[in-house]
Design a protein around this ligand. Structure first.
Ligand code: ATP
Ligand code: MG
Ligand code: MG
Ligand code: MG
Length: 468
């Protein structure tokens, strides 16, 4: 079965609608939940229901949820399956059906509707979940050796350090069944891809790590739209599906390149551009603007990464809003707010791009000098103060400097960077105390500096990384 991305989305939603699920629209990328910066999974809008804080208006729901996972940013373009922005298709039960039914429907959908051959599917269960193991083996008929028991890290899903959670069971597609069943290693992503995760949401985890049973036994699932498209369209990665390839082609054209004839490094840059442009279009459509704090900083970081990769593949001058047009064309049907906010989106992208382009060249020159100097040194490390100058004067997000340094086998003194940031903050605080505090602009910039460190810390504890 070949299906377009749009057909896969529609088919999923209709399958569950026919089984009593209310089709709900995607929630915004800006979550109501204050514990995460961006919507990282389809369950997030339903979290208060799972926790019993808000009554459910329906027993069953199905959605295609816009998601952004910054913890996967380094995987973008490097693995075949990870994006920052992606759509998660989900079916949810609020204290209604549970494991048996969720597994049966997921299997029916995968094998009867998407027509994936049963012998190409492998499943995982949480190590201690004998119930799920038994359902897959005895009711679905999967041979025991194709049901892998996995640890908490992979098969106990949590949306963050605290909150609703539970054991999960994942379905994987086997690209190379000819390799046989002797060594099934689900971590081997040249052979297997995880596409559907069924979470048996039945606990709440508190700040001390204690699990208490929720009022209800719930179901929360996620199927990656782009991954299913990769499988059904029989292309080598998510990027070459109809959901993203047109964006990549637009970028390639602007660089005078042919994607399919490009070398690996160029392909990675094109994939980064394709991924990030999709992400920033949806972020701005959902009301985010670039800044130095929180979500705004993530947006800025993504845009700057696009600019840099554009230059790496030979694009000169402004180009993002042209690529954005192609992303809007793909998004406007399922997500009309992208076209409605087209002017805002393009203006924001143009402004951010121009701002970064102004200093990029000088920053790149400084960075190249630093890289040359430090690669001769013993430590092979960019000093924190230098990274801070790149950040503060030339607009290089720390992560961007780190990424470029790593490409050359160098590291960055992050602690030194933070110290430099702290000193700067102290200086501007002292300065602000002696000047007119009623000037809103200086208050805002003060607030930005105060919050920007919070964000940097957040990166390592982002709840999405807990998901791994
Ligand atoms: P992986 O192990 O491949 O990183 P995951 O276990 O982190 O995936 P889940 O948290 O279980 O993913 O999310 C449910 C589904 O959402 C996955 O099975 C996958 O189909 C999809 N998905 C998750 N992360 C991404 C991503 N970064 N890009 C595209 N699809 C994703
Ligand atoms: Mg996984
Ligand atoms: Mg998973
Ligand atoms: Mg992951």
């Amino acid at each position: 079965t070949t299906m377009t991305g749009a057909e896969i989305r529609q088919t999923f939603l209709e399958f569950y609608a026919a089984r009593g699920h209310a089709i709900k629209p995607s929630a915004s990328l800006v979550p109501e939940d204050p514990t995460v910066l961006l919507t990282i999974a389809g369950m997030l809008p339903f979290k208060p229901i799972f926790l019993g804080q808000r009554p459910a208006d329906v027993d069953r729901a199905t959605t295609s949820q816009k998601c952004i996972r910054t913890n996967d940013i380094e995987n973008v373009g490097r693995t075949a399956r990870h994006h920052t922005f992606f759509e998660m298709l989900g079916n949810f039960s609020f204290g209604d059906y549970f494991k048996e039914q969720a597994i049966a429907w997921a299997w029916e959908l995968s094998t009867k509707v998407f027509n994936l051959p049963a012998e190409r599917l492998v499943v995982s269960v949480f190590r201690e979940d004998d119930d799920a193991f038994a359902i897959w083996r005895d009711q679905i008929g999967i041979p025991a050796h194709r049901i892998q028991r996995m640890d908490e890290a992979d098969n106990f899903w949590t949306s963050g350090p605290t909150g609703p959670c539970g054991p999960c069971s994942e379905i994987y597609y086997d690209f190379h069944p000819e390799l046989g069943d002797d060594h099934i290693d689900l971590e081997d992503d040249s052979r297997f891809i995880e596409f559907y995760n069924l979470v048996f949401m039945q606990y709440n985890r508190d700040a001390e790590g204690n699990l208490t049973p929720l009022q209800n036994q719930n179901i929360d699932t996620g199927l990656g739209l782009e991954r299913m498209a990769q499988i059904l369209q029989q292309v080598p990665n998510n990027y070459e599906t109809d959901l993203i390839l047109p964006i990549i082609k637009t970028a390639a054209e602007l660089a005078g390149l042919d994607y399919s004839k490009s070398d690996e490094k160029t392909k990675v840059s094109l994939k980064v551009i394709g991924d990030h442009v999709r992400a920033v279009v949806h972020m701005i459509a959902d009301g985010i603007t670039a800044s130095n704090v929180g979500r705004g900083y993530i947006l800025r970081r993504l845009i700057r990464r696009v600019v840099r990769h554009g230059r790496l593949i030979g694009i000169e001058g402004a180009f993002i809003s042209k690529v954005a047009e192609s992303a809007i064309q793909l998004a406007e049907e399922p997500f009309p707010n992208t076209r409605q906010r087209e002017t805002v989106i393009k203006a924001e992208l143009d402004r951010e791009e121009a701002r970064f382009l102004e200093t990029l060249e000088r920053g790149e020159k400084l960075l190249t000098d630093l890289l040359n100097r430090e690669s001769q040194s013993e430590t092979k490390q960019i000093a924190g103060t230098d990274a801070f100058v790149l950040y503060d004067t030339y607009g290089f997000p720390l992560e961007l400097t780190q990424e470029i340094a790593e490409e050359q086998g160098l590291s960055v003194d992050v602690a030194g960077f933070e110290t430099a940031m702290e000193e700067q903050r102290q200086r501007s605080k002292d300065a602000h105390e002696t000047i007119d505090l009623t000037v809103q602009g200086s208050l805002d910039s003060l607030a930005e500096h105060i919050h920007s460190t919070e964000f940097l810390g957040y990166k390592d504890t982002t709840s999405a990384s807990k998901v791994e």
